[in-house]
Design a protein around this ligand. Structure first.
Ligand code: GLN
Length: 302
């Protein structure tokens, strides 16, 4: 498979999308970028093409990392007492579902409310640096750093996320300090990664929690399975069902334009292209992923 050829074919798709504009620093990113890294678990080979080495904000893909950290620290049972694992019918930053259903738990850890709640569970005993170190470890990338400008941009415009947090606090879903939890949440979203970091994360998940670069178990098998299943059902928000049908590989997106995919026992894939579709997912990134999944025959339902 020629990755460069697939990049050339799919790059123009960016024209149909728009970069996230509700976070001012993201609005400045050049939309005409598409990059990919593929980690092959059988050969241990890594192949990249296009804008694979550009650093960009991880945004919601950090929800995978904090969920893994929370499961590691508190255990699966405790975490899922506080957050459900249901699919969404609303935008990723919607308050509506909690209000309408009055369930007292956010829908899942990959929508903003669920991610803020997950972060609040660990906020008391976790410094942001612990999350950063953990991210560097499970992405095998010591260069991941916090971009202060993006963090400030997120923080100064994050009123909707604050609203979600205060709503959950008012319903006693979040019991500790909102400011601390939001501070960590905005920081985790502002970590800078490349497609290589995401391909490594995908490869770790695809390899049942064992890092293929050093054969160390970094997360439990149960955690890897749980996260992959949530990526499949909720990782692309309202587009999760459609992408399950058209692509069939557990995938998580972020509004920075990143995609992380875990093809069980086969590949970890990291993709970057900043223009988004209406559901907040990378538009050219998903077009590229669809082609790759078809060529590699990695639809898990085959
Ligand atoms: N930081 C973004 C927010 O809180 C993350 C959303 C996303 O990537 N989908 O809205």
């Amino acid at each position: 498979m020629d990755l460069s050829q697939l990049i050339t074919k799919n790059l123009p798709v960016y024209n149909k999308g728009k970069v996230a504009s509700y976070i001012p620093m993201l609005a400045q990113v050049d939309p005409k970028q598409l990059g990919v890294t593929l980690f092959n678990l059988k050969s241990n080979q890594v192949n990249s093409a296009g804008d694979y080495d550009v650093r960009f904000a991880i945004e919601s893909i950090s929800k995978v990392i904090t969920l893994l950290w929370a499961i590691k620290k508190l255990g699966m049972t405790e975490v899922f007492k506080h957050v459900s694992s249901r699919q969404t019918g609303f935008a990723f930053n919607s308050i509506l579902n909690m209000e309408i259903e009055n369930t007292n738990v956010p829908l899942n850890p990959f929508v903003n409310a669920g991610a803020i709640l997950t972060t609040s569970l660990i906020a008391k005993d976790t410094a942001f640096d612990d999350i950063l170190n953990f991210a560097q470890k499970i992405c095998n990338d010591s260069q991941i750093y916090l971009d202060e400008e993006i963090f400030n941009s997120e923080k100064s415009t994050g009123d909707l996320d604050r609203s979600l947090a205060y709503y959950m606090k008012s319903k006693n879903m979040i019991k500790n300090d909102i400011t601390l939890s939001l501070d960590i949440y905005f920081k985790q979203c502002s970590m800078m990664v490349t497609t290589k970091s995401l391909a490594n994360l995908g490869a770790l998940l695809a390899n049942d929690g064992i890092a293929p670069w050093n054969n160390h178990r970094l997360i439990s098998s149960n955690a890897a399975t749980c996260v992959k299943s949530l990526m499949m059902t909720t990782g692309l928000y309202n587009q999760s069902g459609i992408c399950s049908r058209l692509i069939g590989v557990p995938t998580k997106s972020g509004v920075g334009g990143g995609l992380v995919c875990a093809s069980p026992e086969k590949y970890g894939i990291g993709i970057f292209s900043p223009a988004l579709n209406k559901d907040g997912n990378s538009i050219a990134g998903l077009a590229l992923l669809k082609d790759i999944a078809k060529e590699l025959k990695i639809n898990i339902f085959r």
